[in-house]
Design a protein around this ligand. Structure first.
Ligand SMILES: Nc1nc2c(ncn2[C@@H]2O[C@H](COP(=O)(O)OP(=O)(O)OP(=O)(O)O)[C@@H](O)[C@H]2O)c(=O)[nH]1
Ligand SMILES: [Mg+2]
Length: 331
């Protein structure tokens, strides 16, 4: 199977793997084991093996592939903060911009060029209080910010309490978890071409002492270059800290863990049924009319731990034992 990079593979609501490098492989359903002919049952004392084994059918399972966008930088913020306007200003992406909340309904990627650097930014639809519980749109899109390395947090400079708006979005990001809250965050108050917004930068700065809160206008371009400079510096800092995997060598093959099977016995009345694929495979192929084959089968059941499992389950003389199509009276 070939899937795009950035895909998560889920089966039965359990994450099997992340596909992070081109060519990464994951086995989601193993092919069936081949059968074994009777020659493979020959031993020094049993030179005429009467047993053989049928092959197994391949595994079947439903899987869900969840594609996460890969971007270096995620733009987060309350609805109407000016996220899409900024992305449109700094890249050739054309996300929907409108003067009402929730105008962007799906994440949009843009490639940003800054000096000689280029990085990918994703415009994540607006976050509102309760987004982590699925209120509004933001939560389902926050996963697209999971793979980013830097968050640009935009605060609308025209709302009555920009500081509260900042803290609310921070809270949503923190509750979402997944390491999002630990990402480098570059904060900017938007729309500073409007006087009331320009006056708000200091307010937000007061909750972020020690790190610069930018004032930007995506409309006029004011402050945008400095903002991108900070983003580039954050990205460069992270690159220096954690150099990306060289990409050389063959991609790892991730295999879902398969628990080791043991014989399981279920009882109904005086019938003890053994569930154990290796034993059932043998039983399915054994010729029940051939006494010698049946003796060899019992011998294999003993080696496979089937007899011990039946004894542990409390089988006693006169009860019936069953393995696949083979049944016999216990003695
Ligand atoms: N004056 C001014 N208006 C801006 C600026 N940036 C955005 N706006 C306006 O603010 C409104 C919302 O902008 P968007 O970019 O759609 O906001 P958003 O954060 O993407 O909103 P959602 O997608 O709904 O979350 C639009 O009417 C924009 O024209 C700015 O720098 N100055
Ligand atoms: Mg938008």
């Amino acid at each position: 199977m070939s899937v795009p990079v950035g895909t998560e593979v889920w089966a039965a609501d359990k994450k099997i793997s992340d596909m992070l490098t081109p060519g990464a492989e994951v086995v989601v359903a193993a092919g069936g084991r081949g059968g074994r002919g009777n020659a493979s049952f020959a031993t020094a004392v049993n030179r005429f093996p009467l047993l053989s084994e049928e092959g197994d059918p391949g595994e079947q399972r439903s899987i869900r592939l969840e594609l996460k966008l890969l971007a270096d930088v995620g733009i987060v913020g309350a609805p109407n903060a000016g996220k899409s306007t900024l992305l449109a200003r700094v890249s050739s992406a054309r996300p929907r911009v409108a003067s009402y909340p929730f105008s962007t309904l799906e994440p949009v990627l843009g490639v940003v060029g800054w000096r000689d650097l280029s990085f990918v930014m994703v415009d994540v639809p607006g976050l509102v209080e309760g987004a982590h519980r699925g209120v509004g749109l933001g939560h389902q899109f926050l996963r697209h910010a999971e793979r980013t390395r830097v968050l640009v947090h935009l605060v609308d400079g025209t709302v009555p309490a920009p500081m509260d708006a900042y803290l609310q979005v921070r809270d949503e990001v923190r509750r979402y978890g997944g390491g999002l809250e630990r990402k480098a965050e570059v904060v900017a108050v938007t729309k500073i071409d409007l006087p009331e917004a320009a006056a708000r930068v200091g307010e937000v700065q007061s909750v972020r002492p020690g790190t610069r809160v930018h004032g930007i206008s995506a409309a006029t371009g004011e402050g945008v270059d400095e903002l991108l400079g900070d983003v580039a510096a954050a990205l460069a800092g992270l690159r220096a800290e954690a150099p990306e995997a060289s990409g050389s060598g063959s991609p790892p093959v991730l295999r879902p863990h398969k628990p080791r099977q043991r014989p399981r016995v279920t009882r109904s009345g005086n019938v003890y049924r053994v569930q154990y694929r290796p034993a059932e495979r043998l039983a399915a192929m054994a010729d029940q009319r051939d006494g010698a084959a049946m003796l060899q089968l019992m011998d294999q059941f003993r080696r496979q731990g089937v007899v011990a499992a039946l004894e542990r389950a409390g089988i006693s003389t006169g009860d019936r034992a069953r393995v696949g199509p083979v049944g016999w009276e216990w003695e």
